[in-house]
Design a protein around this ligand. Structure first.
Ligand code: NAD
Ligand code: ZN
Length: 379
């Protein structure tokens, strides 16, 4: 396959977002060959995440259209561009919305995954090498999305945004590790780092929060307290080892006070996965003094301000934030896939729906209705 298509334009199906909020349209697109430091990938499975919805609706976001959305996926390298030495046709890969150039100060730091060159950029619809798109329809460029554009049978991605994984890993499962699940999991395992037997609160029981709870389960937490305003989330959360539930609406005092009482002084760790600043403040104020650590993961409204008394910090509580679970995409994702292969990490419970590519708009409907966690789209 690769020998016949390498260096050629590939014509294939892609779901194009022509306008904000309008159903995607299945089109035949032309995908140009990968240039320097780029890889062309045959996508086999992709899944839908809220971030695709935000940029499709483009409310309060820069509208960038026509565009090919999609950023959670698994596929196989079809061909590589000049200078690509660590990937070859046939490699199984996960494309990632943020990258790892391996050369900048962030990539060289053990502590950071915020690569200077390839950090997420939601407004750019073109490739870095020449400032152009690799997708077109009859000569009209169709723009990229966060460097991945996985709602296409073939896509072109910067090599720094591609994680090479175990070829035995089932791509229809591990594709969900490209974004939301790794974000929640890593926020617990890499940033909050709960000790065995500890008590962990998770605010927001969407896919990200449930992945944070899965991290707490893996770390051996003995109590996992799920906090959500939507009681429908509690039933599904039981499968994720969440042992207790708190709905802030059921109490007439701040939820942090409720949790401090339930836990005799506060939780050891808390992870906020809602995107709402009031939940962020509660998540911080419910950790135990002396050792408690809170990790913020949700993306807040751009004008939101986090307010708390500095005394809460002076009494030895720690506040942290996390981007993509602090995972470096190329260096660390292969080991997250291995956690699934070793049966340490359970992914099946995140996958609630599956549709063929032609029915991708159904996946949007499900997410808009708040049904399920992840819908796999089979190309
Ligand atoms: P989701 O909408 O499926 O889940 C959020 C949950 O939070 C919902 O169940 C909602 O009812 C609940 N909630 C809202 N306000 C609340 C409050 N005040 N108190 C308690 N619960 C509340 O979202 P998701 O896909 O799981 O994503 C969660 C967040 O993570 C989003 O803000 C998303 O943008 C963010 N995110 C961050 C990163 C990162 O790298 N930091 C990566 C991906 C996603
Ligand atoms: Zn870098």
């Amino acid at each position: 396959m690769s020998s016949t298509t390498a260096g050629q334009v590939i014509r294939c199906k892609a779901a194009v977002a022509w306008e904000a909020g309008k159903p995607l349209v299945m089109e035949e697109v032309e995908v140009a060959p990968p240039q320097k430091d780029e890889v062309r990938i045959k996508i086999l499975f992709t899944s839908l995440c809220h971030t695709d919805i935000y940029f499709w609706e483009a409310k309060g976001q820069t509208p960038v259209f026509p565009r090919i959305l999609g950023h959670e996926a698994g596929g196989i390298v079809e061909s590589v561009g000049e200078g690509v030495t660590d990937l070859a046709p046939g490699d199984h890969v996960l494309p990632v919305f943020t990258g790892e150039c391996k050369e900048c100060a962030h990539c060289k730091s053990e502590e950071s995954n915020m690569c200077d060159l390839l950090r997420i950029n939601t407004d750019r619809g073109v490739m870095l090498n020449d400032g152009k798109s690799r997708f077109s329809i009859n000569g009209q460029p169709i723009l990229h999305f966060v460097g991945t554009s996985t709602f296409s049978e073939y896509t072109v991605v910067h090599v720094g945004c591609v994680a090479k994984i175990n070829p035995l890993a089932p791509l229809d499962k591990v594709c969900v590790l490209s974004c939301g699940i790794s974000t929640g999991l890593g926020s617990t395992l890499n940033v909050a780092k709960p000790k065995k037997g500890s008590t962990v609160a998770v605010f927001g029981l969407g896919a990200v929060g449930l992945a944070a709870a899965e991290g707490a389960r893996i770390a051996g937490a003995s109590r996992i307290i799920g906090v959500d305003l939507n009681p429908n989330r509690f039933e599904s959360a039981k499968k994720f080892g969440v042992t207790e539930f708190v709905n802030p609406k059921d109490h007439n005092k701040p939820v942090q006070e409720v949790i401090v009482e339930m836990t005799n002084g506060g939780v050891d760790r808390s992870i906020e996965c809602t995107g709402h600043v009031d939940a962020m403040i509660s998540a911080f104020e419910c950790v135990h003094d002396g050792w408690g650590v809170a990790v913020l993961v949700g993306v807040p409204h751009k004008d939101a301000v986090f307010k708390t008394s500095p005394m809460n910090l002076l009494s030895e509580r720690t506040l942290k934030g996390s981007f993509f679970g602090n995972y470096k995409p190329r260096s660390d994702l292969p080991s997250v896939v291995e956690k699934y292969m070793n049966k340490e990490l359970e992914l099946e419970k995140f996958i609630t729906h599956e549709v063929p590519f032609a029915e991708i708009n159904k996946a949007f409907d499900l997410m808009l209705k708040g049904e399920g966690l992840r819908c796999i789209i089979r190309m």
